[in-house]
Design a protein around this ligand. Structure first.
Ligand SMILES: [Zn+2]
Length: 91
């Protein structure tokens, strides 16, 4: 089960943003509005993107209908983020 490593919440959130930017608007996922992509809020596991997942495994990403994004989608965003330097983002 995927989870955000303790202490890397901000980096994770930044990686999600970068990945989503790279994937473009057609990619139907967004950074969680409640925890801002960090998976935690006020030292608690986020109850929005962590909904239906074991406690502590919120991933900071939502689908376009505000449900927790599946791990495969989170993975896709993180991979895109790693490739972000090769990605040409339209102005
Ligand atoms: Zn969240």
């Amino acid at each position: 089960m995927m989870h955000i490593t303790y202490g890397t919440e901000r980096e994770h959130a930044a990686a999600l943003r970068r990945g989503l930017q790279c994937l473009g608007k057609e990619f139907l996922a967004e950074v969680c509005w409640w925890c801002d992509g960090t998976g935690t809020r006020e030292f608690e596991c986020c109850s929005v993107c962590g909904k239906g997942r074991p406690y502590g495994t919120a991933l900071g990403l939502l689908t376009s209908d505000s449900r927790p994004a599946p791990e495969s989608v989170v993975n896709q965003v993180l991979v895109a983020s790693e490739r972000a330097r090769l990605c040409i983002v339209a102005p």
